[in-house]
Design a binder for this molecule. Sequence first.
Ligand code: ZN
Length: 289
Amino acid sequence: MPPRLAGETHAAVAEPMSTASEQTLREQIVEVGRRLYARGYTASNDGNISVRLDDRRLLMTPKSVCKGFMSPDMMCITDLEGKKLAGDRDPSSEMQMHLEVYRQRPDAIAVVHAHPPTATGFAVAGIPLDRAVLAEVVTTLGSVPIAEYATPSTKELPEAVRKYVRAHDGMLLANHGALTLGRDLFAAYYKMETIEHFAKISLVARLLGGERLLSRQEVDRLQGLRGMYGIASPAPICQPGTADDPASCQTVFAPEGDGARLVPDMDGEIRLTYRELTALIAAAVRELK
Ligand SMILES: [Zn+2]
């Protein structure tokens, strides 16, 4: 059993970064890498992990190593511009994406990037995980959008991430993988687990005929619980009728429920009776005349 670490329980409040020693953070990165690889969230040398050491330095996985077999001495130390300050190896090739998260989110202490196969399947299919399906996902992550495709290791990737990262703690990267952040390494890692778990459940539900969605009223109720459980939420859920801005609110697909808590997924389909359809056509014809 690995040691229990900050972020292991839902109610855990992140340790201030100054209380975890550099050696502890190095060991935590090794442990997170081991779990990512053991669960099949990365293959070969995929993925990368970073954490703030203090207000000007980051500890980060090096490029070209398998995350399942790292040792604490392998990590690099960089500044917030990506300049290497210490370490025998070069920092991750996706470092710019991590730097962008830390620039946009002063509350982010750790960042995890991986390619979990089911969530990445959604990212490849262009299907965001933005339906209100599971209470714990609505409460902790909200929605998981897809950042537009960008060539890995180029500055396109931080630009794609920038649009969503202010209002989301987790996102899919189109045709690439997933990215999460948290108030410590394990909080960021668990969000990656939640995204992959959510993706698997969503896939099974769709194979079985589609999700029954939580209603908008139920989603609002769950949002109200966030504060009660001490869950830090980066942004509220976008309200209907207002322009959705991925930098300030989260788009969650949850239909009006007429008091019902679960609503069949109509997949955007509008159902009309024959009489309603005839009346609409008649009205449109009148407009044309
Ligand atoms: Zn990647």
